[in-house]
Ligand binder design. Structure first.
Ligand code: CDP
Length: 793
């Protein structure tokens, strides 16, 4: 009964299409260049802030002379860490229970760290004055390689932490070590592989920035900022500044891509706030591309060993992993408190196995802070990469087809809800049809025949498969919180007298089309057309509290809230309708948009009639207040677990080692689909991300800690030239606990595509005896692999 509406959302040609593939409501403003981003905010008298950053990775600050900068034309203020320290503002909490320097006081700990800021009349004056600040550094040896961070002689990075004597950040483990050991001891085959998921950057098109406007008369701070989580940020500012939340308004207007990069609170935001308080004027800070790449939240940087145990005939028995995580100089990611390594615990993938164990150590290094979930739900990308690579290594060892090995080990549909060996409860899944559809779309057998022919001719063609299960929609209050804040979302729906409506969300779109899909969800439930439903988000003064958008959590959590708040309004509408039609509530039937008397469809009232009655003259049923509105706070009972089967076909030029992705087939199952066009857009974007990570992207450092990926000339991201025409398909396995059966999808493709591409490249290189090579598989890496010289980055 819960899924009675599935088909109206679902457009598979045979079935009715609800509001399905509707064009995006937000596009008219974006297509006309009328989006309003943080950098578009112009306030009277606004000043501009620029940040001085450390040129070195590790150094003690001996002294800072700001006098020349202060005398520079147009400069209003120059602020150093020492000055912030006087106000107890030099350090701030991170979203992972660490602290991070707003401006360095004692030491700089990564290249690009914030050292001082200048506020001036315009951006140019501010930037010019930065060059006049004289900082004397006593340069220290840096720790760049995470593998060296715990060496006894490694320089100590976090001497700001009381009693700290090494660069250890945290340990974490999950699963059953002894049971896993026993399974490995009796297995016919054990395969072990070292894998590096290199440091990459979410690189949103819009960099980070803020405009702070503190009104000293009414004591209210207005902050426009590039944030994916305006409410969570406001609460943190309130705690740090000791201000009540109603004196802080965080406005997150149009956001030009987030991908996890806009979840942390950056020093620049805090500097802008301080600057506005100090100068009494609005202050804008907008970072440039290099600042974004060198100093804001990176992703991944996991050094992993994966081990898999199986029977000779290909039954997977156990999976074990050991991970070294590089968190940079400050643990600046956001992760639920109980899961310091995020949801890496789903590293057992989509397979029904007997035992699993994961051990993880995280370390500090002299690199930018982060470990953010770049288009993934807290480290799921790393987990999926690990399991899907080692399953391929196992297939290679067994001489089995990788599709067949996966099909043989899938969790079966009747096993759901399925509790994994690390304690996660997969809500629903039906893996084989998804895999079979992908194989059919790809023409899998034909591809293998083509490959055999090409191999015989010395041509390098590879076919790679990845099958993933994600855990998205964080998360159940009983299991997870971020810094003590439960991961629920509020939603408020008001229907106006004329039957038009406004729905207010606590999540924050960064391009995902929430203004469209959330209107569709509400429309489906109360029958007001989506065009008549305005979706408001991104302003803490005007939306209910909730934890924001990341980890594909909007639809699983806030989408559920939107459906339920609409049902709450519909329940009230039913009572009002019963009065209008003079029948009991039980005698009313709902047909999208109207109630009619059972057995007498001619006697009906529309939702618009009801809205007018709710606000107008005329009697309402006993005990019913006027108005037609409701609000709720939705606390999910579980995460949702979308899955997908991806198949990639690559060709490698044997002369240049250049990899071309010729075809990519992506079959996604995100439960009930709200807007298939938007889903396809999300999937296309994620697949493009995957090509970047698999083949091009890495934030590398030299031995002194200089960031080698500080511009888009050095940090390569794919364009339409590097990607094929995507071939997408879908299956629908609704979530049993989500009110409309929807699961998240925003990040599925980023998560699932890198292992498919790498598996395809390694498959192509089989004639060279290559079993693994680390991302990014640039021509030089592939060239090395072909010559037996594959080495970790
Ligand atoms: O949290 P985020 O918005 O990044 O991810 P999401 O919840 O997976 O949603 C991404 C976009 O796809 C939103 O506009 C969703 O409403 C839409 N979507 C959909 O149409 N059907 C689904 N089953 C899941 C998402």
């Amino acid at each position: 009964a819960v899924h009675e509406r599935v088909d109206t959302f679902h457009d598979n040609d045979q079935k009715p299409v609800g509001y399905g593939r509707m064009l995006r409501k937000e596009d008219p403003r974006f297509l006309r260049g009328r989006g309003r981003y943080v950098d578009d905010v112009q306030l009277p008298g606004m000043l501009h802030l620029a940040i001085l950053r450390s040129p070195v990775a590790h150094a003690r600050i001996v002294g800072i002379d700001t006098s020349a900068a202060e005398a520079s034309p147009g400069v209003k203020a120059v602020v150093t860490g020492a000055m912030l320290a006087q106000q107890n503002l030099a350090w701030m909490p991170t979203l992972s229970n660490d602290v991070q320097a707003v401006l360095a006081t004692d030491k700089v700990r990564f290249q690009g760290q914030e050292v001082a800021f200048v506020v001036a009349e315009d951006r140019y004056a501010a930037r010019d004055a930065l060059e006049l600040i004289d900082v004397e550094y006593d340069v220290l040896d840096p720790v760049i390689d995470a593998r060296r961070a715990l060496a006894p002689d490694a320089p100590l990075i976090r001497d700001d932490l009381d009693g700290k004597t090494n660069n250890h950040c945290f340990d974490w483990e999950t699963g059953d070590e002894a049971a896993t050991e026993a399974v490995f001891a009796r297995a016919d085959v054990v395969v072990s592989q070292d894998l590096v998921y290199p440091r990459v950057h979410p690189a949103p098109m819009e960099t980070c920035g803020a405009v702070a406007d503190y009104d000293s008369v009414d004591g209210k701070l207005r902050l426009w900022s590039t944030t994916q989580a305006p409410h969570a940020h406001r609460t943190l500012y309130a705690i740090v500044a000791g201000l009540p939340e109603h004196k802080i308004q965080v406005i997150s207007p149009d956001i030009g891509g987030g991908f996890g990069n806009k979840v942390p609170i950056y020093p620049g935001y805090v500097c802008a706030i301080v600057a506005s308080i100090v100068t009494g004027k609005p202050v804008k800070w907008m970072e440039d591309r290099s600042e974004n790449l060198i100093s804001t939240g990176f992703a991944r940087d996991y050094i992993m060993r994966g081990e898999i145990a199986a029977t000779r005939d290909g039954r997977i028995l156990g999976i074990r992993t050991n991970v070294l995580a590089d968190h940079g100089a400050f643990n600046g990611t956001a992760a639920p408190v109980k899961y310091p390594a995020g949801f890496f615990g789903v590293f057992t993938g989509s397979y029904d196995i007997e035992a699993a164990y994961c051990k993880m150590t995280a370390v500090y290094t002299n690199k930018a802070p982060g470990g953010v979930a770049y288009a993934c739900s807290f480290r799921i990308t790393e987990a999926v990469y690990l399991v899907e690579r080692i399953v391929d290594c196992l297939a290679d060892e067994l001489g089995m087809d990788p599709a067949e090995l996966r099909l043989k080990n899938f969790i079966q549909p009747e096993q759901f809800p399925y509790t994994t060996k690390t304690g996660w409860v997969y809500d629903s899944g039906n893996y084989e049809p998804t895999m079979r559809l992908a194989m059919e779309m790809a023409g899998y057998d034909e591809l293998r025949r083509e490959q055999a022919e090409k191999r015989a001719r010395g041509e390098l063609m590879g076919i790679g498969i990845a099958f993933f299960t994600e855990a998205v929609g964080a998360g159940p209050r009983k299991d997870m919180d971020i810094l003590g804040l439960g991961m629920a979302d509020g939603c408020e729906l008001r229907v106006h007298p004329t039957g038009k409506a406004v729905v207010r969300l606590s999540v924050q779109s960064q391009g995902q089309g929430h203004e469209t899909t959330f209107a569709q969800i509400v429309a489906e439930e109360i029958g007001i057309p989506p065009a008549d439903i305005e979706v408001l988000h991104g302003d803490t003064d005007n939306t209910p509290f909730g934890l924001g958008t990341y980890g594909s959590r909007s639809t699983p959590v806030s989408g559920a809230a939107a459906a339920l708040v609409a049902r709450k309004v519909r329940d009230k509408a039913r009572i009002i309708a019963s009065g209008m039609l003079e029948v009991s509530v039980a005698d009313l039937e709902w047909e999208k948009g109207a109630f009619h008397v059972a057995g007498d469809p001619g006697r009906s009232v529309t939702i618009q009639d009801i809205a007018l009655r709710a606000h107008g003259a005329g009697d309402l049923p006993e005990g019913i207040e006027g108005g037609l509105e409701a609000q709720i706070c939705y606390n999910p009972s579980n995460l949702t677990y979308p899955h997908g089967a991806y198949i990639c076909v690559v060709d490698i030029d044997p002369g240049t080692a250049q990899v071309t992705v010729r075809r990519f087939i992506a079959v996604d199952d995100c439960g009930t689909r709200i807007n298939p066009m938007i889903i396809e857009g999300q999937v296309h974007g994620g697949l493009t991300d995957g090509v970047g990570m698999a083949l091009m992207e890495m934030i590398a450092f030299d031995e002194d800690g200089n960031c080698l990926g500080a511009s888009l000339m050095d940090y390569l991201i794919p364009t339409s030239l590097e990607v094929p025409d995507w071939e997408t398909g879908f299956t629908v396995t609704p979530s049993p606990h989500h009110p409309i059966g929807a699961k998240g999808v925003g990040e599925s493709a980023t998560v699932g595509s890198p292992p498919a591409i790498v598996n395809a490249v390694i498959d192509a290189l089989k004639p060279f005896g290559v079993r693994h090579a680390d991302m990014p598989l640039t021509p030089s890496r592939v060239w090395d692999a072909m010559r037996g010289q594959a080495r970790p980055p």
